[in-house]
Design a protein around this ligand. Structure first.
Ligand SMILES: [Zn+2]
Length: 315
């Protein structure tokens, strides 16, 4: 049976796939092709594998033509499907940040960590059992690694800030960066106002605002013309978005600092960053009301607050 897949072709041999995880237009992954050789950047979760295989078929690409699976980092909305996907792709290697490799080979700690964040019921529904990747198929890519992707040189950069196991990939053909979570999250539904809306996913447990700022500064020296963001899609106003993101990181830090000595800071931080988002969106006439904004941002703000509270407690 044909599995339905929602995707859009961006040009430059790049396809944006909507994994439909949580809701449409929230979690993307990308297929990149160069003269018959293909790679996936981010994978969605295990349940997304049939969808990704169906896309290959639609594009006339054999599973054997996929040479690389490249999760930007090991958070499960980016890498949760990697193990299962590798089982379907006989010639693929998994390219991963050196700090993420052991979690792909033995996902038990990753699974335990995500169980703690999401709770058992939600975890099982969304992510399911993780499949280990055989060690001989795992390639650790360190800062500055250059991949000859069938004549197209992709460069990998170590990009701490959101997570210490995060890399971004620069593609000279599109002059674009595959940014995972490093250039924040920016949803189409919330970008209809006068200014775009972008926020930092400060997901537990490795938020590092200082590292994040220098990562952004460093990547901007590449002068990317577009960014391919996991949450969600391609954006071309890179300079403006980066400024807004840096501002937002600073505001988050100030909010967390303010609330650090209160009881149950996570709940208070959640309400405060939701309030901040509402103000920004309503001020820019985003075209949707508070209730809808809250429902679109509810899960992100919950995770962000947990991450900020963890940062306060452990920095
Ligand atoms: Zn992440």
């Amino acid at each position: 049976m044909e599995v339905e897949v929602k995707y859009s072709s961006i040009g430059f041999g790049i396809t944006c796939i909507d994994t439909q995880l949580h809701r449409p237009n929230m979690v993307a992954c990308y297929l990149i092709e160069q003269d018959g050789v293909a790679g996936f950047i981010d994978t969605g979760v295990g349940n997304n594998v049939p969808m990704l295989m169906s896309l290959l078929k639609k594009k006339g690409l054999a599973p054997e033509s996929v040479a690389y699976v490249m999760p930007t980092h090991v958070h499960l909305d980016h890498a949760g499907g990697a193990g299962r996907l590798m089982q379907e792709l006989p010639n693929a290697n998994l390219l991963i940040h050196p700090r993420g490799a052991r979690h792909m080979i033995d996902p038990s700690r990753l699974q335990a960590g995500s169980l703690a964040v999401y709770g058992e019921k939600l975890y099982k529904k969304i992510f399911g059992e993780l499949v280990p990747v055989p060690p001989h198929r795992v390639v650790e890519v360190s800062d500055g690694y250059e991949l000859d992707f069938n004549g197209r040189t992709l460069t990998f950069f170590d990009t701490p800030g959101h997570a210490r196991h995060h890399y971004c990939i620069y593609d000279p053909l599109s002059k674009g960066l595959f940014t995972g979570d490093t250039f924040g999250a920016s949803y189409g539904e919330l970008n209809r106002g006068r200014t775009p809306f972008i926020f930092p996913p400060t997901t537990p447990v490795q938020f590092d605002p200082i590292a994040w700022k220098s990562t952004l500064e460093r990547l901007m020296t590449l002068q990317p013309q577009r960014i391919f963001v996991t949450h969600f899609g391609m954006h071309e106003n890179v300079e403006m978005l980066t400024k807004l993101l840096e501002q937002s990181i600073e505001e988050y830090v100030a909010i967390a600092e303010d609330l650090k000595d209160t009881e149950n800071p996570a709940a208070k931080i959640r309400d405060a960053i939701m309030g901040l988002s509402l103000n920004i969106l309503l001020d820019s006439d985003c075209g949707i009301g508070s209730d809808q904004i809250k429902s679109l941002l509810h899960m992100d703000m919950e995770l962000n607050a947990q991450g900020l509270a963890h940062w306060l407690a452990t920095r």
